[in-house]
Design a protein. Structure first.
Lengths: 307, 370
């Protein structure tokens, strides 16, 4: 038996892949299929799932409503479409800002003295040692009306004898954006750093040798060669931003509801798992479509493994 | 200002600080004058300062002291992209994200050359290195030798006045390397561009160069044509580094004109008719250098200039046989060409067999003992 296994390479491969396959099957495939089944069901009055086949949940999600104010039997209600759109634009904005902040820092670290690089990387990673939720809470302390930022500004205004009413920063879309950018910055810095660090130094010299100044070298050599890192970072940032609900819950309050919040509320508060399932699947498909077209255009980030 | 020299290094020093914190002269007061259209090699083992010297010409490093001149102009801190020299890197340093065409076109684009002109010149450059038709491939899709040619084309397309080559053939296998050596040499002659070539391979340097600078410990040990360097090494280092030499201790007995008599204790003989070297006086201790191929095994001879030794090992390498003689405890290397094809064991050398050998004294060298 063992002897035969030793000779059979494909059996070895199957055996090695078995634990992962079982794991994925139980924890990914089955739940996905269940979600799909539930999303086609109906909610019973007491919050249970009635298994049937109806597209009602999806129709509702995309704006079909029977609860109309203008007296008609059906109308377009943009509530959920707005939530989907808000999530998409927030995901986009967060990713763009994170790239703009992370790239210069990653570039700086990659070009720093090798002895100090590890220290810088360590500093990038330190915040990740603290729990995600606690870090978001810290932002609440900073942003709220009696928070640190308002106190400091108020104190300066007082010194300059300028009248000051504390800024309303918490529970705004801006607060959610700041929180998201903060949370996901390291996931962009690391892959960009990895791809920059891998660029052979002689390429910079070759570019200079062939007549390119520092700016042209960056544009024509450094940037294209670090694109895999940017792509990997984008995937690592965009997908979670689309789905997370903690940041928007704590920093956005009721003002900034994202798909993540919608799904969470359907399962917990509204007790409508069928609608929640439909929203989950729509989010997944939306993310897949964006990621698909993005990677088609820029290739798949090789750095995703290294990161 | 004279522009007889394509590149000139005047008393150039490059200091580095070692990881232990010591200051080190990687290049130690080097002066070199490289003529227009010359194939000039810097030869030495790693750490001898040859690559650092090249990098200072390219502008990747700046001298700590002294000055680099290109076409008579002092370079100072001129950045690489403003120098009229181009480099072929040891690692080729090709842009992996660009096609072969884009790689070669890069330097012309930086100059602002017009698009149709770029097309023409890139086409010509690729033709020159026999890579026409590969324009749309990526570097990764080419063999090592082909990548090397792309690197060459990328530099040559800019028609530099000086081309710097940093061990460009180091990564190729022996056969390809030999082919490329001849190709590079004929390319250089055809284009009339000055080549400055860095290598640790003495055969490569001897094959291609008009002149060679042999370097060691940051200093130029000798500068000259391949023949000068091989036949008249300036010191023991060069005699040992270029080709092989047997070194025998001796004492200078007398000088008459250009000829000297040296007593060599290990041969227990006075060798007459040796070519005289400069700066030596009667009675001084000297080292006699004899090339292995200048020694001849003889039979049934005796008299002055014929010496006895025992065969230590003999190594058959096809074209030659390398013999190691035991000369009263000192090893003597002898190279014999296998002129006669024979399988007869009686013609083979046997260990501990006694042999007689001789060497023409005019083909030896007297060096100052160090």
């Amino acid at each position: 038996m063992l002897q035969r296994l030793r000779e059979n390479k494909s059996a070895q491969g199957t055996l090695l892949a078995l634990p992962t396959t079982v794991w994925l099957f139980i924890l990914l495939i089955i739940p996905l299929v269940l979600t799909l089944i539930v999303s086609f069901g109906k909610r019973s009055p007491d919050g249970d799932v009635i298994y049937t086949f109806t597209l009602d949940n999806y129709i509702r999600l995309f704006g079909y409503s029977t609860d109309c104010t203008n007296g008609q039997t059906s109308c377009f209600d943009p509530l959920y479409v707005n939530i989907l759109w808000r999530s998409l634009t927030l995901g986009f904005n967060t990713t763009v800002i994170v790239i703009l902040l992370a790239y210069p820092l990653a570039y700086f670290i990659a070009r720093a003295d090798p002895k100090r690089r590890n220290l810088f990387l360590f500093m990038v990673l330190i915040p990740l040692w603290t729990n995600f939720v606690i870090r978001v809470y810290a932002w609440m302390m900073l942003l709220r009306k009696e928070g640190a930022i308002n106190i400091v500004i108020g104190w300066i205004a007082n010194l300059l004898h300028i009248p000051f009413t504390p800024l309303e920063m918490l529970y705004t879309p801006g607060a959610v954006l700041v929180g998201m950018v903060y949370e996901f910055l390291p996931f962009m810095i690391l892959p960009i750093y990895t791809s920059l660090e891998k660029i052979d130094g002689s390429l910079y010299e070759a570019a200079a040798d062939l007549g390119a100044n520092a700016f042209k070298t960056f544009l024509r050599v450094t940037l294209p060669l670090s694109m895999p890192g940017v792509v990997a970072g984008t995937i690592l940032v965009f997908i979670p931003v689309m789905g997370t609900f903690v940041v928007s819950d704590l920093l956005g309050g009721k003002q900034v509801i994202l798909v993540g919040n919608l799904i969470q509320r359907q399962f917990l508060d509204a007790r409508d798992p069928t609608f929640g399932s439909a929203a989950s699947l729509v989010l997944m498909v939306m993310t897949l479509i964006v990621t698909y077209f993005y990677t088609r255009k820029f290739g798949f980030g090789d750095e995703i493994v290294a990161a | 200002m004279s522009t007889e020299f394509a590149v000139e290094l005047r008393d150039v020093v490059k200091k580095f600080v070692t990881p232990e914190g010591h200051e080190l002269n990687a290049v130690d007061h080097v002066t070199m004058q490289i003529k227009n259209g010359e194939f000039f090699s810097m030869l030495g083992s790693s750490g001898c300062g040859k690559t650092t010297s090249l990098r200072m010409i390219a502008g990747f490093e700046w001298p700590s002291e002294g000055e680099v001149y290109i076409e008579g102009k002092a370079m100072g801190h001129t950045p690489p992209f403003q120098r009229k020299v181009n480099t072929v890197f040891q690692s080729y340093a090709l842009f992996q994200h660009m096609t072969i065409f884009q790689n070669v076109a890069f330097g012309l684009e930086m100059e602002g050359v017009k698009e149709d002109e770029i097309k023409k010149r890139v086409g010509r450059a690729l033709e020159m290195v026999q890579l026409s038709g590969m324009e749309r491939r990526k570097p990764r899709q080419l063999s090592g030798g082909q990548q090397q040619r792309v690197a060459l084309a990328r530099s040559l397309v800019k028609t530099p006045s000086v081309l710097l080559l940093d061990e460009p053939l180091g990564a190729l296998d022996l056969k390809l390397r030999k082919e490329m050596q001849l190709e590079l040499k004929s390319l250089q002659q055809q284009l009339g561009i000055t080549f400055i070539y860095v290598t640790h391979d003495q055969e490569e340097a001897l094959t291609m160069s008009d002149r060679i600078a042999v370097m060691s410990k940051g200093k130029v040990q000798q500068m000259g044509t391949p023949v000068e360097i091989y036949e008249r090494p300036a010191n023991k280092f060069v005699a040992d580094f270029i080709g092989e030499s047997n070194f025998l201790e001796g004492k200078l007995k007398s000088i008459s004109g250009n000829e000297a008599v040296v007593f060599v204790p290990i041969l227990n003989a006075e060798v007459t008719g040796m070519p005289m070297a400069k700066d030596l006086v009667n009675g001084s201790d000297v080292t006699v250098a004899i090339r292995p191929e200048k020694i001849r095994v003889v039979e049934n001879q005796s008299g002055a200039g014929v010496f006895k030794a025992k065969v230590g090992t003999s190594v058959y390498i096809g074209s030659d046989t390398h013999l190691y003689f035991d000369l009263n405890g000192t090893r003597l290397k002898v190279m014999e060409q296998n002129r006669i094809s024979s399988l007869d064991p009686s013609t083979f050398y046997v260990k501990d067999e006694e042999v007689l050998f001789t060497f023409p004294p005019e083909n030896t060298l007297i060096l100052k003992k160090d």
